[in-house]
Write a protein that binds this ligand. Structure first.
Ligand SMILES: [Zn+2]
Length: 79
């Protein structure tokens, strides 16, 4: 499948991705998500049933498979 981004010549590839998002202002990480990814621009498309499962994921009841550290960079102001 051709990349959906207008003007991008890439062909989408099946890959497993890591998706990070905020739920109740807490960072959540979901790994091993099947997705179509464009190797040229990096655009990723999730299948509808994958999205449904992602939205249905309840962090209060679902048991995390592992935990990840969360970092914040301290960056000097650009001069
Ligand atoms: Zn692309």
């Amino acid at each position: 499948m051709k990349c959906v981004v207008q003007g991008c010549p890439g062909e989408m590839e099946e890959r497993r991705i890591v998706h990070t998002f905020l739920r109740n202002r807490k960072p959540m990480v979901v790994e091993d998500l099947p997705a179509l990814v464009c190797p040229v621009c990096g655009y990723a498309v999730l299948d509808l049933h994958v999205l449904d499962a992602l939205f249905a994921l309840d962090p209060e009841t679902e048991r995390p498979v592992r935990r990840a550290p969360v970092f914040r960079l301290s960056l000097a102001p650009a001069s």
